[in-house]
Design a protein around this ligand. Structure first.
Ligand SMILES: Nc1ncnc2c1ncn2[C@@H]1O[C@H](COP(=O)(O)OP(=O)(O)OP(=O)(O)O)[C@@H](O)[C@H]1O
Length: 265
């Protein structure tokens, strides 16, 4: 089990970025998330795994209130980021989504230039005062997205003209440009080939130095490669949550074991 006696394993309140308590999500009569509580650590990659339809994406979307955009979805319970209740009436979901960035399954660059894809968020959130500021933000985000060298000579070319893997790294750069603190990734590599997947996985590993990253993945190999913490979901329940190494080598719940050994899924 998780050993808190080792200093490197000790978790302090400051390390917890997202605190979810008693979260339930319904879509009409469908009870998609059932009383889930979890603490997500800062500067850590946390993987959500589990069979199709178990609620991974639904739970991920609670963290930036993306479920608000689905009419039938009803979220109850308590979710705090840095101690702040993100469902409080005073929280503006648009501001929240700048702080909690999201990358989707299918790369979805805007039909604009590479530069404008990245500059859009900082512009609407007023992060740049001059064109030079904006250039600087765009360059930094593209560098952090590990795509600067590939696009620096064609910043005015359309983002949609890049390869799938480049588009996904552009979308990651776009998410980073608004200076988020949390990055949510919903199966970010499922549309990518193995080489592009490897590049995005390397990038995810880099990003955890600065962000709390939560990734939904169908690939247990990917979860094992990129995450330090893993949460296993089944039928809307959080069955097991812990260190990725432990979950994969010594799962405590028979359902987790069945899933990771390929018996359910
Ligand atoms: N927009 C929606 N409207 C109604 N029901 C939904 C909606 N989105 C998800 N659901 C239902 O909620 C449950 C959880 O779905 P969710 O997509 O969160 O699971 P998942 O584990 O991410 O699945 P997958 O791995 O297949 O993407 C499922 O029963 C699904 O049918």
């Amino acid at each position: 089990m998780y050993d808190r006696t080792f200093p490197e394993n000790a978790v302090t309140a400051q390390d917890i970025k997202i605190e979810a308590k008693g979260v339930n999500v319904h879509y009409g009569d469908t009870h998609a998330i059932k009383d889930v509580s979890v603490d997500i650590q800062d500067k850590t990659v946390t993987a959500f795994i589990g069979p199709s339809g178990c609620g991974k994406s639904t739970f991920l979307r609670c963290f930036n209130r993306m479920n608000d955009t689905i009419d039938s979805a009803r979220v109850t319970g308590d979710i705090r980021i840095d101690g702040e209740d993100i469902y409080d009436k005073r929280v503006d979901p648009v501001q929240l989504r700048a702080k909690v960035g999201m990358v989707f399954q299918k790369p979805n660059p805007f039909p604009k230039s590479i530069y404008d894809n990245v500059a859009y968020g900082p512009k609407i959130h007023g992060l740049a005062h001059t064109r030079a500021d904006l250039d600087d933000i765009v360059e930094k985000a593209l560098r952090r997205g590990a795509i600067w060298d590939e696009v620096k000579d064609r910043l005015q070319a359309p983002g949609t003209g890049l390869s799938g893997g480049q588009q996904q790294r552009l979308c990651i750069a776009r998410a980073i440009a608004t200076e988020p603190e949390v990055l949510l990734m919903d199966e970010p590599c499922s549309a990518l080939d193995p080489i592009a997947t490897g590049q995005v996985e390397e990038l995810i590993d880099e990003l955890r130095r600065d962000y709390s990253v939560v990734i939904v993945t169908h690939s247990m190999q990917q979860a094992a490669r990129v995450s330090q913490k893993t949460a296993f979901f089944h039928l809307g329940n959080l069955v097991e949550y812990g260190d990725t190494d432990e979950i994969f080598t010594n799962p405590q719940d028979p359902k987790t074991e069945s899933y990771i050994t390929g018996r359910i899924g």
